[in-house]
Each structure stands twice: as structure tokens, then as C-alpha cells.
Design a binder for this molecule. Structure first.
Ligand code: CP
Ligand code: NVA
Length: 298
């Protein structure tokens, strides 16, 4: 039984298989008779908002021959306190796979353990593996192998996005630099677990120097809204803008997982200059997640 619970737990080999097959699925979209999910129903259990992840998984499951079933936690008994492990044991008897977006990583792990069906992490507080696989696919599509390249993450360096980047870096052999204020830096214990070449610094300019990819994410992740004022104060300045882009490589790519908040983690002009890349990245969620689904049932 395969799961995609985190990039920490995904092997280098499986990562490479998923990335390679994403290109095949992208090229064959609309032409392929390949339906590995034929006759299957897949539950999307979401406790947090989503545009890209929800739509790309609903379309992806359908295009692979399956039936997606969106279950907002507000609408099922989970939202009224039914335990994860009971929900998992019920759904595991009815559906063929689950795609879960929630707060605690332990909830996704527990669902996988008790459901007995393939389970995909569609974002937790700890990781966003589908997004980072897509980001790497998008980078490689435009610039070739990511091994040996420099990826600079700017902003909240302790949230799910940088953590998934951290676990990808050693496996794929690129240098990761995280520019974040002290209170928003990843725990040293995570860096130790991941290994690889990872630099964490408050020095934004040094982190951006010669970068092949500048990457950012929202300053206020879902669930952190009560900290908004403090986060805006402390993260102010940790922004991708024209001045920062000038310090990076001349052909630097700028990416954002979206949604983007102009004037905070990125400025409007830089966002629009790099919109082609950013929306290719958003589209690629569909192709990469179809590849994840294909891998998980094979
Ligand atoms: N990037 C991302 O996961 O977007 P959604 O929150 O819209 O799914
Ligand atoms: N760090 C963000 C990612 C959104 C896709 C969040 O968790 O809200």
C-alpha cells in the first residue's frame, strides 16, 4: 500500500518516477485511454480552503477514470468531533483512496494507518508535498535538472512550503537557502533530519545572490490568522521584488505556490513579470497530481 504523506517519507526513486511520468501525462492529456482509477471513488476530505488543490485533484481523478467525492469537514461528522480513526475505518470500506487537507500531520498519518487505502497529503501544517513536487517539475521543465541549482525561499521559513522544500533538497541534490527572520526559521531538528546543503539566514540579499529560483509563499498561512499583525510586522521586508530579482541569476525563475498577496511576500510588478511561470506552475498541479495518483495505485 502506497501513500504520499510527506516528502520526508517519499524516496528519491519514487520522487523521480512521479516527476518523469508527470511530463508524459501532461503531453498525453486528452489523448490517453489510460484510466488507472476506472471504477474507483476517491474522497477529498478538506478542513481548510482550497482552489488549486481541490480543482486539480477533482479533475485529475476524473481524467484517470475515477470519481472524486469532495467532503468538506463541515459537512461530515468529522467536523462534529467524530474521530479521524473512525472516519478512516468507515471510508476505507467504501472508497478507494483519500486526499486530505487539514491542520495536523498526525491526522493524515492516522487516516492512512486506519483506512487501509492510499492516502495523499493535500497540505498540512507540516508539509505540502504535492505543491513542491509540482514546483520541481515546473523548474525542470523550464531549466533542466534541478540538481546543482540554487533555490532561495523567502518569507515564512517555518511553514509547510519550506519544510517540504527542505526534504526535497537532499534527495534531488540542489542547494536550498531559506531567508527568514529568526522567529520564522525552520527548527534545526528538521534540517538535521533532512541533511543536504541548506542555508538558513536572516540575510535576504546573501540568500538571493546567484539564485536559479526565487520562491515565496504567504506570510500568514491558513490557521495563523490571529497572528496576522505580528507576522506582517516581523516578515516585512522578506519580499520578492525587483531589487531582489536583480541580485539573483539573470535568468532566475520566480515562483509562488499561490494564493499571492501583493505588497506582502511579493510585489505586484514582479508577480506580473513572472506570471507565465507562476500560472504554468499552477496548471502543473493537475499533471503532477495525476502522476502521483497513477504511481500510488500502481
Ligand atoms: N497552492 C495551493 O495549494 O493552492 P490552494 O490552497 O488554492 O489549493
Ligand atoms: N503556507 C500556505 C500554503 C498555501 C498553499 C498555507 O498553509 O496556508
Amino acid at each position: 500500500m502506497k501513500h504520499l504523506l510527506s516528502l520526508e517519507k517519499l524516496s528519491r526513486e519514487d520522487m523521480k518516477i512521479i516527476l518523469q511520468n508527470s511530463a508524459v501525462l501532461k503531453n498525453q492529456r486528452g489523448d490517453s485511454q489510460h484510466q488507472p482509477l476506472a471504477g474507483q471513488s476517491w474522497a477529498l476530505i478538506f478542513t481548510k480552503s482550497s482552489t488549486r488543490t481541490r480543482v486539480s485533484f477533482e479533475v485529475g481523478v476524473y481524467e484517470l477514470g475515477g470519481r472524486p467525492m469532495f467532503l468538506s469537514s463541515n459537512d461530515i461528522q468529522l467536523g462534529r468531533g467524530e474521530p479521524i480513526k473512525d472516519t478512516a475505518r468507515v471510508l476505507g470500506r467504501m472508497v478507494h483512496g483519500a486526499i486530505i487537507r487539514t491542520f495536523a500531520q498526525s491526522d493524515v498519518n492516522e487516516f492512512a494507518e486506519f483506512s487501509g487505502i492510499p492516502t495523499i497529503n493535500a497540505l498540512t501544517d507540516d508539509e505540502h508535498p504535492c505543491q513542491v513536487l509540482t514546483d520541481i517539475f515546473t523548474f525542470q521543465e523550464k531549466r533542466g535538472p534541478i540538481a546543482g541549482k540554487v533555490v532561495t525561499f523567502v518569507g515564512d521559513g517555518a511553514c509547510n512550503m519550506p519544510i517540504s522544500w527542505i526534504f526535497a533538497a537532499a534527495k534531488l541534490g540542489f542547494e536550498l537557502r531559506i531567508a527568514a527572520p529568526e522567529n520564522f526559521q525552520p527548527a534545526p531538528e528538521i534540517l538535521k533530519r533532512a541533511g543536504g546543503k541548506i542555508i538558513v539566514t536572516e540575510d535576504l540579499k546573501a540568500a538571493a545572490e546567484g539564485a536559479d529560483l526565487l520562491y515565496t509563499d504567504v506570510w500568514i498561512s491558513m490557521g495563523k490568522e490571529t497572528e496576522s499583525a505580528q507576522r506582517i510586522k516581523e516578515l516585512s521586508g522578506y519580499q520578492i521584488n525587483g531589487d531582489l530579482v536583480k541580485i539573483a541569476k539573470p535568468d532566475v525563475l520566480v515562483m509562488h505556490c499561490l494564493p499571492a498577496y501583493r505588497g506582502k511576500e511579493i510585489d505586484e510588478a514582479t508577480f506580473e513579470t513572472h506570471a507565465q511561470t507562476i500560472f504554468d506552475e499552477a496548471e502543473n498541479r493537475l499533471h503532477v497530481q495525476k502522476s502521483i495518483l497513477n504511481w500510488i495505485v500502481s
